[in-house]
Design a protein around this ligand. Structure first.
Ligand code: BGC
Length: 746
């Protein structure tokens, strides 16, 4: 078995975007490779985690190209000292999961998707990068671009939610932010990790290739287009093939179709796990399979270090292939400036890391990610007449859970709790009492009586409940979307007092709230809000800022409805709760409790007079433009997010009932009306066949406009001439019809 990799110089010259600098890098890489032994080259392909697979002697021998899980600047020093003892002194790349911050934790990525504001995420990624760089990190294992539709999956909190367009926008912005801050970025987990069966972590994925391309690949592609440095495989199999051994994904799509020029790294130990998956018998076979597929670097399976040299010596792997992969890693290090950086000083970043300026960014970002699901009787913002607040719930005084997952470099002592935030804001004019009721897991009702007493004596109860962070994230799949433990009993008991309850949720996924939402006045979803969460929550509860985020995932009524997403495929028997023989459940009303895109604020908006500016799309005019009047009908300035959904009414295969195609935040003064225009290229209205061909079929479409996925304002338009585009790697790319603006399609 010989590997068919492209020649190194060709790849670097063709695909690196920095012009002359790319040539320099290619030359520099070539020169360096000529000095390296096979073991040193393989070293570049070896990324052990701190622990059993990493020794400083191996670093000093040049057999370690990258490492991960060094959580503090000081901890990186032994590795750097070992590099200094090595023959060629090639810098080691430090990788870390900086998903939403290093020391200052910003909101989790799903929360930031709720802002429907890519500029917010670009900003937090930038500041996360600044801190992480000061902490000695070169490469983050982010963004996570896994679209997910089953809320049971724990890792959805790390990504952009259920919609490919929103997710792609957030992924792109995150890569841009990391890069602006000088941090390398890794998009993961290529591909379709979020589609695991039953939302059970590490389970398998089986779906049509057309669906894979339509729904799951766009966010990864957005990262590649934004110049991401690395791509990480996933743990799962897609249609029977482990992604870590998938030449189709790692080479044909990624390099052939998308022109990716960075390096591919396996997920942690994923190369070894191909043995458990039953596609290889030995470690050597696993190494060969991954390497042949196009995985350049082995994260912590220790298989490339152990087997690649033998594979080369026995002629099973070509030396040029090792050169090429090592060259890609070295080129990434050069682009990130590792070869030219001054010696790292672990103390130098002290003034930056966790600085007040960065915390201010975290506070502002957090309040822009909160979703107000309901707000009966305008309970929020708290009125000046509120003189006493009872703060209840196991997450009210918690420093750990609000930080979310991947917060190993954060300090819990720095978290602003909800109780601290509220007390600081309330000052002396409002009394804030606290009785937890139970801890974050709420397994016992021992504290309920005291909590009820506290609530009885207060004007308003702020009830801070949710999921402890270990109920989400990696390995955090759940069978139930209900609030864990006895939290629902606590809500029921408090609601009997008949006083206003503001339910503040900290949660890592869509929750099923039907059984409790009538028992509270207001529900504010704050996800895991990060270091400044308590202050941001106080800002919003007291009305210093208005919540304006929208759900990036559908909130079902009950767990049994999942997967439940707005962009589902149609059925021949659409749900009708009066008709048994339609697509529904007999024991719950159809549809979500809160749809995708939903979110209230402290004012109200009206959408009216939708118009399609050009209702015949064809070669002369590919841009669909939909305009609508948006009016702030309330008494306070506010922000809404105008959303455009499309349905292809008749096509040769069924199309989703709706797909988000554009969104636009709009801020209006009280009484103000603005005519908003949302636009999308007709080239983006198509779908993929299973062979990768992308088509836009002529015919009639319907556009829906409003502020959530159930928007009813609509109008139709026609695509008069379609297009068909074969995947780049296939011959006869433009087989018929228009290709217009669509060269970018997979
Ligand atoms: C996760 C990745 C992560 C890696 C390194 C794996 O278990 O799946 O998302 O980047 O560990 O921490």
């Amino acid at each position: 078995m010989r590997l068919r990799h492209l020649p190194l110089a060709g790849v670097l010259l063709v695909t690196t975007t920095l012009g002359a600098r790319a040539d320099d890098i290619a030359e520099r890489v070539d020169r360096l490779l000529k000095q390296m032994t096979l073991e040193e080259k393989i070293g570049q392909l070896n990324m052990p985690s701190i622990g059993k697979n990493l020794s400083m002697d191996a670093v000093a021998r040049g057999e370690v190209g990258a490492v991960l899980n060094f959580f503090s600047p000081e901890s990186t020093m032994p590795v750097r000292e070992a590099v200094a003892r090595s023959r060629l002194k090639i810098p080691v790349l430090f990788g870390l999961d900086v998903l939403h911050g290093y020391r200052t934790m910003f909101p989790m990525p799903l929360a930031e998707a709720a802002s429907f504001d890519p500029t917010l995420t670009e900003r937090t990624a930038y500041w996360a990068a600044i801190e992480a760089k000061a902490g000695g990190v070169d490469l983050t294992f982010a963004p996570m671009a896994d679209v997910y539709r089953d809320a049971r999956w724990g890792r959805g909190i790390e990504g952009g939610g259920e919609d490919p367009l929103l997710s792609a926008a957030m992924t792109r912005a995150r890569v841009e932010g990391f890069k602006r801050g000088g941090l390398g970025a890794t998009v993961k987990h290529f591909a379709a990790y979020g589609a695991v069966e039953a939302g059970r972590d590490y389970a398998s994925v089986d779906m049509s290739p057309g669906m894979l391309r339509d729904r799951y690949l766009p966010p990864y592609r957005a990262a590649v287009e934004a110049g991401v440095d690395a791509v990480m495989t996933s743990y799962v199999t897609v249609n029977g093939v482990p992604t870590t051994g998938s030449r189709f994904l790692m080479t044909d799509v990624l390099r052939g179709e998308w022109g990716f020029d960075g390096f591919v790294v396996s997920d942690m130990n994923a190369i070894a796990e191909m043995g458990t998956l039953g596609v290889v018998e030995t470690g050597q076979e696993a190494a060969a399979l991954a390497f042949e597929a196009g995985v350049d670097q082995d994260m912590d399976a220790d298989h490339y270090r152990a087997h690649l040299a033998d594979l080369v010596r026995t002629g099973k792997v070509a030396m040029e292939s090792v050169d090429r992969s090592a060259g890609l890693v070295l080129a990434a290090k050069m682009r990130l400036g590792l070869f030219d950086a001054p010696p790292f000083d672990p103390a130098a970043g002290a003034a930056v890391i966790g600085s007040p300026d960065i915390r201010a960014v975290a506070r502002a970002a957090a309040r822009d990610t909160f979703v107000l699901l309901k707000n009966t009787d305008a309970t929020l913002p708290l009125a000046p007449s509120v003189k006493s607040i009872a703060v209840i719930g196991g997450l009210a005084d918690d420093r750990r859970n609000p930080l979310g997952q991947h917060a190993a470099s954060a300090r819990e002592s720095e978290t602003v709790t909800v109780i601290e935030g509220l007390r600081a804001r309330a000052g002396s004019s409002v009394s804030v009492t606290h009785a937890a009721g139970c801890d974050a897991y709420c397994r016992s009702d021992d504290g309920f009586a005291a909590a009820i007493e506290a609530a009885r004596g207060a004007d308003v109860t702020v009830l801070v409940l949710g999921e402890p962070r270990d109920h989400a994230g990696e390995g955090g799949s759940r069978t139930s979307l209900a609030l864990p433990g006895r939290q629902r009993e606590l809500i029921a008991a408090l609601s009997k007092l008949g006083k206003p309850i503001v339910l503040v949720l900290m949660n890592g996924r869509a929750l099923a709230l039907e059984d409790i939402h009538d028992q509270v006045s207001s529900i504010l979803v704050t996800w895991y809000p990060g270091t400044e969460g308590g202050n941001a929550i106080a800002d919003v509860l007291f009305g210093d800022a208005a919540p304006s985020a929208r759900l990036p995932v559908t909130f079902p009524r009950t767990t049994g409805q999942v997967p439940l997403t707005y962009n589902e495929m149609p059925t021949g028997r659409p749900a009708n709760d009066e008709d048994r023989y339609t697509s529904r459940f007999v024991d719950v009303a159809s549809g979500p409790l809160y749809p995708f895109g939903w979110g209230l604020t402290y004012t109200t908006f009206r959408y009216q007079d939708v118009e399609i500016v050009n209702d015949k799309l064809g070669p002369e005019d590919w841009l669909l433009r939909v305009s609508v009047d948006v009016t702030n009908t309330g008494e306070r300035e506010g922000r809404t997010v105008a959303q455009l959904y499309i349905r292809d009414l008749v096509a040769s295969r069924t199309r989703p009932v709706r797909e988000l195609k554009a969104f636009q935040p709009v801020t209006l003064a009280p009484g103000e009306t603005k005519r908003i225009e949302l636009a999308v290229s007709a080239a983006d209205l198509g779908f993929h066949l299973d062979d990768g061909t992308y088509m836009v079929e002529p015919g009639r479409f319907r556009a829906f406009v409003g502020d959530n996925a159930l928007a009813t304002l609509s109008a139709t338009f026609d695509v008069e001439e379609g297009m068909k585009l074969a995947p780049k790697s296939q011959s006869g790319a433009h087989s018929s019809g228009q290709t217009a603006a669509s060269g970018a399609k997979p």
